[in-house]
Design a protein around this ligand. Sequence first.
Ligand code: CDV
Length: 313
Amino acid sequence: MSRILTIAAAQLGPIQRSETRASAVARMIALMRQAKAHGVDLVVYPEAALTAFFPHWWIEDEAEIDSYFEAAMPSNETAPLFEESRRLGIGFHLGFCELAHEEGRRRRFNTAILVDKSGAIVGKYRKIHLPGHPEHRPEAPFQNLEKRYFETGNLGWPVWRTMDANIGMMICNDRRWPESYRVMGLQDVELIVLGYNTPKHNPPAPDHDRLGNFHNQLVMQAGAYQNACWVVGAAKAGPEAGVDQIGGSCIIAPTGEVVAQAVTEGDELVIARCDMDLGRSYKASTFNFAKHREPQAYGMIVERKGAGPLLSA
Ligand code: CDV
C-alpha cells in the first residue's frame, strides 16, 4: 500500500515592513483553506514567514530587533493558524524568528516547526548555516545580517515520525550544503521541508545573480536524489521592503525531478501527491548507504572547516 502525502508549498509574496502578523497569518490561513479544498495533508510555509525579512536591514535598537521575534509559539497572533490546522486536519511547517530563554540568557534563533494534523508541534529545528556577515556594510544596497541577529542552531537535524512518514526540516541557506541533507538521509528521511528568503541580487558576488533560480533548484534536486527523499521548498518571493526575492517554490521527488513549481512571485500554492515510498528503490540500490558508503574516507568533512593542505602533499 503506497503512502501518499498530498503536500503544498505555500509560497508567500512579500510582507512589507508595515504589515502586521495578523495580516500575514490571515494570508497563510487563506492558503491553508485553499489547500484543504485540494485534499492537502501538509502545508509548507516560508522561512521567517510572519514578518518582513529584517536581516536585510541594520538595526541597533534591541527592542526593535525583538519586535521581529516570537517569545511564544503559538502566541495570541499565531494561535489562529494552529486552530485552523486542527479544524481542517492539516499539518504545517512554519519558519519564524525565535526568542528563547536558555542557559540563563536570551537567545535568538532562526527557527522552524513541524505541526501535525491535530495542531500539535511535533518538531523544532534551528537554522545551522547562517549566511551573510555580522558587521554593517553601508555601501551595500541591503544587508544580510543573519550572523548578527541569530545564533547558530543547536538542535542538529532530527527526523520525526509523523503523518506516517519520516520528516525533517532545514532552513534556506542549509539547502546549499550537502551535509544538511545527508545527516537526515542517515535517519532514513523520506521528506525534507524548508522555507527560504533568497534575494535576486547577491551584493558580494553580483555575477551569481543570473543563476539564482538555477542554483535554488540545483541544490534541492541534488539533495533529493542523493538521499532518495522528497524535498519541498517554499519561498517568500517578490519585492519586499526594497529587496527583490526569487520565487520558484517547488516540490522535488526522490528521483530528483521537479514535479510542481510556482509560476508567480506572490501568494501561491504548489501542490503534489507525494508517495513516501517512491525513494525505496533508490535506497535499496544506488543509495543503499549501509552497503556503499565509505565513512572511513570521509573524516576530513568533520575535521576541517575550510579548505586546507592537499592530502597528497
Ligand atoms: N535566508 C537565507 O539563508 N538566504 C540565503 C541568501 C542570503 C544567499 C540563501 O542561501 O538563499
